[in-house]
Design a binder for this molecule. Structure first.
Ligand code: FE2
Ligand code: FE2
Length: 366
């Protein structure tokens, strides 16, 4: 079976992949109301949203109001409660999910959710009472295909130790494989959605392979490049967890972080491969430890092998391109698509605004 490309998937894995390919998995239940991105000015809305910030404010003439930020997977909107501010200030906490009843208006050229004057306008919900798909985005890519391609990659690896190690992780440990298919690559920065980690890891592998092929005269170990690409972020499986109300960092994620978690995981798996070459293990550990590339970007060591350098480059470009893509989509959602160019809002992760081209580009609109 080694190297044959034939793979018998476990039940858990097969079930998970069917779930991903099911279109129903992506559509939010109607009773939970519109997504923030779909709300239009003057709409009356009854929508399930999460409180992400709140502050009691007072007008110049002494009237109290509650200022909220309400969010779902598509974005956020300012919420205002003029009528039951004290009551709802006590009831709502950061992270509370509730059904909000109100009307959308435009204030300061931004959409605002004005909560209706009724004690029932805010209905707090617990897990099970709302559709988790309202808060967690899912990759638009075909996860089955991504996983098939991952298996094909493993079969192309020449080094027996590396191939065995990767099979231990991505095939034999079915629980891990399922978690890897589901995991996001972040809360928000890039690939912050279900399936984001396998998407990112496979794109890094593809880029890193292409970069390596660009320098045929150099002694670069392709097996290490592929293994390092697939392994560099495995710690994210334990760094994040998907809750019904969104993606959260686990305590391991907060206290240890995916780089050190990943190195520990790699160790655990390498122990399962009899006689795994210790120098090779150190090189793979080095790739995980150095993939952020600079000390100020969270890497405890700088890339010191050519394979580690290539993986850092591929990881950096893939995450930046994803940030551009996600931020452009958000900008177009907010501004419409017809203008030739749009300037985005400031993006704190990219430390800049970006220029986005309108889809219709002002030309050839039907
Ligand atoms: Fe990372
Ligand atoms: Fe990464």
């Amino acid at each position: 079976m080694e190297g044959s490309g034939f793979l018998k998937l476990g039940d858990l894995l097969r079930e998970k992949m069917d779930e991903f390919s099911d279109e129903a998995e992506k559509t939010v239940s109607q009773k939970d109301g519109k997504l923030v991105s779909e709300m239009d000015v003057d709409d009356y809305s009854r929508s399930v949203l999460k409180v992400t910030s709140k502050r009691m404010q007072t007008t110049r003439d002494g009237k109290h109001f509650l200022l909220l930020t309400l969010a779902d997977r598509s974005g956020m909107i300012r919420g205002i409660d003029w009528h039951n501010a004290e009551l709802n200030d006590k009831r709502l906490k950061i992270g509370t999910v509730a059904r909000f009843d109100g009307k959308i208006s435009l204030f300061d050229s931004k959409k605002q959710f004005n909560i209706r004057n009724s004690k029932n306008a805010v209905q707090i919900l617990s897990t099970g009472e709302f559709d988790p798909k309202k808060f967690v985005e899912i990759t638009s890519r075909d996860v089955r295909e991504l996983y098939d391609n991952l298996i094909k990659l493993l079969d192309r690896i020449n080094d027996d130790d590396i191939r065995e190690l990767l099979k231990e992780i991505f095939v034999k440990d079915e629980r891990f494989a399922v978690a890897f298919l589901e995991a996001p690559a972040a809360v928000t920065v890039h690939h912050g959605y279900k399936g984001g980690l396998i998407e990112h890891s496979m794109d890094v592998a593809k880029l890193a392979e292409q970069m390596t092929a660009n320098y045929p005269g150099m002694d670069i170990n392709m097996d290490i490049v592929i293994a390092g690409s697939l392994l560099h972020d495995i710690g994210k499986v334990r760094e994040y967890s998907i809750k019904p109300s969104g993606i959260e960092r686990t305590s391991q994620g907060e206290l240890i972080g995916h780089i050190v978690i990943g190195v520990n995981m790699l160790h655990e798996y390498a122990m399962k491969v009899k006689g795994f070459d210790s120098e090779l293990l150190t090189e793979l550990e080095h790739i995980i430890l150095s993939h952020h590339g600079e000390v100020e970007w969270g890497a405890p060591v700088l890339p010191k092998t050519i394979e580690a350098m290539i993986i850092h480059g591929a990881d950096n470009i893939d995450s930046k391109v994803a940030q551009f893509r996600e931020w452009s989509e958000k900008t177009l959602e907010e501004n419409g698509t017809n203008d030739k160019y749009h300037w985005s809002n400031y993006n704190k992760y990219l430390s800049r605004r970006i220029r986005v081209r309108g889809i219709n580009n002002g030309e050839g609109v039907e």
